[in-house]
Design a binder for this molecule. Structure first.
Ligand code: ZN
Length: 163
């Protein structure tokens, strides 16, 4: 079941949605929001590792591992990420990648999009994603990530989530 999010978050969502021109609003109160990728919606998280998928010829256990692997320039270097089952470990490894592209901030959105297209082409995940219908999907978090999600803490509550 999709939950309704509290009004302040709805307002933020509505602003973003209007800006993006993605959603025709009929009634503020009827916008459905999935505000955390937990429980039934864990599969939406990049840290979900229960469904392997292929991306550009390599099979990864999580979209986080696939994403961090893209900081490497060669296929040989990327292979180590296909062996990582724990996405937390993949994230930590990615932070230490020596070949980290200097324009990573700029190119990483496109990379993430392509990875998620690959992830959600797995039939089971595609069906689950389709079942969320027109709900707004927000990676609500508590670690101040307002780039890939929306932090719900008090000091971030007025910041806008960017993705
Ligand atoms: Zn925060």
């Amino acid at each position: 079941m999709v939950r309704f999010c509290p009004m302040p978050i709805v307002n933020i969502c509505v602003e973003n949605i209007k800006k993006a021109g993605l959603f025709i609003m009929e009634n503020n109160n009827e916008i459905r929001v999935i505000e955390e990728f937990k429980g039934d919606y864990r599969f939406l998280s990049n840290f979900y590792n229960k469904s392997d998928f292929e991306f550009e010829g390599l099979t990864y256990h999580s979209s986080e591992a696939a994403f961090q692997a893209q900081k490497c320039s060669t296929a040989e270097e990327k292979i180590k990420y296909t062996e990582v089952t724990n996405p937390v470990v993949a994230k930590r490894m990615g932070k230490k990648e020596p070949g980290f592209p200097s324009n990573w901030d700029e190119i990483s959105y496109g990379i993430m999009k392509r990875i998620l297209m690959a992830k959600f082409s797995v039939p089971e995940l595609r069906e689950k994603l389709k079942a969320t219908g027109d709900a707004v999907l927000i990676e609500g978090n508590k670690h101040h990530d307002n780039r890939w999600g929306k932090c719900m803490c008090d000091s971030c509550k007025n910041k806008e989530g960017q993705n």
